[in-house]
Design a protein around this ligand. Structure first.
Ligand SMILES: N[C@@H](CCC(=O)N[C@@H](CS)C(=O)NCC(=O)O)C(=O)O
Length: 243
């Protein structure tokens, strides 16, 4: 059985979980501790980032795009990469944008939001942290450094991201999927990165619905967050294959 090494709230790890569920591939999760846990990841994969999977023949694959392509080639069910060349090109272009520009801006948006919002900050602390420490983090005076967050995130990147997401949101009003008529890697890649702007149900009750108020309260993005929620339900509601 496949083992997925992951950080619980990483958008790239969510992308791989969504792909595994969409293809109905059974898997088990190994939660990795940031820092110390990455030593083992480096030893098995030659790099320290997650997600990484170990296949049932002990083959190790890193990088969410490599993993998704690998499982899509290996398992025939519910193909995530379209066969049609134009649809394939479009879905890979969207995946690449989601994994790079979108991912990097969403991460900065989340850091900015966490600096400004104590509730989000403490919700992001790992579940196994003692509540006394969570309480301290909650009260740290981050307000004074919140001006820093404008340096972290440029206004242009923020506006560019909102504009593209608003356009996607509009295009999804009467459409279930971004490319063609079936679920593809494009849908999964965008939905996974959206989790950093507004955490989905699958992030658990403490984080679900939390995120960046500027994006959450943007009425033009309401549809894309609804689309993401529907997609998660479609993918995760089938009998779970996570062991
Ligand atoms: N291109 C990689 C990016 C993976 C990535 O950025 N992973 C982050 C977690 S979201 C990570 O492992 N960060 C820890 C580190 O860089 O040490 C992919 O698609 O998997």
């Amino acid at each position: 059985m496949i083992t997925l090494y992951q950080f619980r709230h990483s958008a790239f790890c969510l992308k791989v979980r969504m792909a595994l569920h969409a293809k109905k591939i059974p898997y088990r999760i190994e939660e990795v501790k940031p820092g110390i846990g990455q030593i083992e990841i480096f030893q098995i994969s030659g790099q320290k980032q997650l997600p990484v999977i170990k296949d049932d023949n002990d083959q190790i694959i890193s990088d969410s795009s490599n993993i998704c392509e690998y499982i899509d080639n290996k398992y025939e069910s519910n193909k995530l990469f379209p066969e049609d060349p134009m649809l394939l090109a479009q879905s890979k272009l969207i995946e690449d944008w989601a994994d790079t520009t979108m991912a990097s801006t969403c991460k900065k948006v989340l850091i900015k939001s966490a600096l400004e919002n104590p509730r989000l900050r403490s919700a992001l602390v790992p579940d196994d942290f003692p509540s006394s420490i969570k309480g301290v983090i909650d009260k740290l005076p981050f307000n004074n450094v919140s001006k820093l967050s404008n340096i972290v995130l440029s206004n242009k990147s923020n506006i560019d991201l909102q504009n593209i997401l608003e356009a996607l949101s509009k295009s999804l009003i009467n459409k279930e999927f971004l490319i063609g008529d079936t679920l593809s890697i494009a849908d999964i890649s965008i939905a996974a990165q959206l989790s950093l702007l507004k955490f989905p149900t699958s992030s658990g009750p403490i984080l679900a619905g939390e995120g960046c108020q500027e994006f959450i309260n943007n009425p033009y993005l309401e549809n894309i967050f609804q689309w993401r929620d529907n997609l998660e339900e479609l993918i995760f509601s089938a009998k779970s294959q996570k062991i």
